[in-house]
Design a protein around this ligand. Structure first.
Ligand code: DAH
Length: 342
């Protein structure tokens, strides 16, 4: 009965080996080694020819029984391992939904950007286009064609940064008026925001780089009444319906007549406070009717067309609106300052 005890031995060691296995790949190897076409059990079956004929049915049944037991043992071990693996994965991937979420900080718009968007939206709603111009500008456009010839005193007040004899860092956004009038025929209705440069020392109210918004309207029959009305609509929209404006005579070489405009102090609403130095009004922009010579310089006939222009300091408007007393805060980008405008 050597062949039978060989089967017993095979069964015992196979079941033990399966029981002690901890890897699915290992179990697969065992399956192939025992039950495969060239496997040990198949080999044992082949040995049947050496067994006396009357014992063969019993031997055959015993082989089948062992195959069933091994198969069952493999299956149960496989499902046991898979279950353990799944449990381990569930534990590893467990999410504690009671933990507070991670905060994603959301940025905000810079106060200057906010102010610009507000102003832009008001003028765009009145039919203005938004133009752009270079910060490195020809002297010709920054001064000459705006009626500010070489020896004009207005040049001194502008503290110009020269790149070369005829190229400057623009000292205001007014050269974009010239560029616009050279590039397109009236009717023109545009605003132009942008950075401007003056060789100022930095202090609470001065910065060598600041921001302006320019405006220009040119068409047939444009009058000072149109200028006044447009700016009144804008200032009431921007500062509030109860805003009062005052147009004072002013002087700019590129406009005639020129005016400086005061508006109700947005801080004290006219009662008088440190921001408006007790006046209740605060200067907000310069403006005027485009000088006929400026129109002529750009190939526009002043007998046929007229226009008005205005310019304002964006930083100043932001400071007034938000009660900021030091212009440097607008440029230092201290996050503790900026975060207040979200
Ligand atoms: N360019 C002037 C400045 O920088 C501002 C200004 C005043 C612009 C009157 C204008 C204007 O277009 O009409 O001080």
């Amino acid at each position: 009965m050597n062949a039978f005890s060989g089967l017993d031995e095979l069964e015992k060691s196979a079941l033990l080996e399966i029981e002690n296995s901890h890897e699915l790949s290992e179990l697969e190897a065992i399956r192939i080694r025992l039950l495969g076409k060239k496997g040990e059990l198949t080999a044992a079956l082949r040995g049947m020819k050496d067994i006396p004929e009357q014992d063969r049915p019993v031997f055959g049944r015993r082989v089948n029984e062992i195959r069933d037991r091994i198969t069952a043992a493999l299956e149960s071990k496989i499902s046991e391992l898979m279950r353990a693996e799944k449990e381990a994965r569930l534990i590893a991937e467990k999410v504690d939904i009671t933990l507070p979420g991670k905060k994603q900080p959301i940025g905000g718009l810079h106060p200057l950007t906010r102010i610009y968007y507000e102003i832009r939206d008001i003028f765009v709603s009145m039919g203005f286009d938004v133009m752009d111009g270079p910060e490195v500008e020809y002297d010709k456009y920054n001064f000459e064609m705006l009626n500010i010839p070489t020896d004009h005193p207005a040049r001194d007040t502008q503290d110009t940064v020269y790149i070369s004899d005829d190229i400057v860092l623009r000292t205001h956004t007014s050269p974009v008026q010239i560029r616009t009038m050279l590039a397109q025929k009236p009717p023109i209705r545009m605003i132009c925001p942008g950075r401007v440069y003056r060789s100022d020392d930095v202090d609470a109210t001065h910065s060598p780089i600041f921001n302006q918004i320019e405006g220009l309207v040119v068409d047939r029959g444009i009058s000072f009444a149109n200028l006044k009305d447009t700016l009144n609509v804008f200032l009431k929209e921007f500062y509030g319906e109860d805003t009062v404006t005052k147009f004072r005579p002013g002087h700019f070489p590129f406009t005639e007549p020129s005016a400086e405009v005061d508006a109700t102090c947005s801080k004290c609403r006219g009662r008088g406070c440190p921001a408006c130095k007790g006046a209740g009004m605060i200067e907000v922009l310069g403006c005027g009717m485009v000088h006929p010579q400026v129109l002529r310089n750009c190939g526009i006939d002043p007998d046929e067309y007229s226009g008005f222009a205005f310019g304002m300091g964006l930083d100043r408007l932001a400071n007034i609106k938000y009660g900021i007393t030091d212009i440097r805060l607008l440029f230092e980008n201290d996050i503790r300052f900026l975060a207040q405008f979200r």
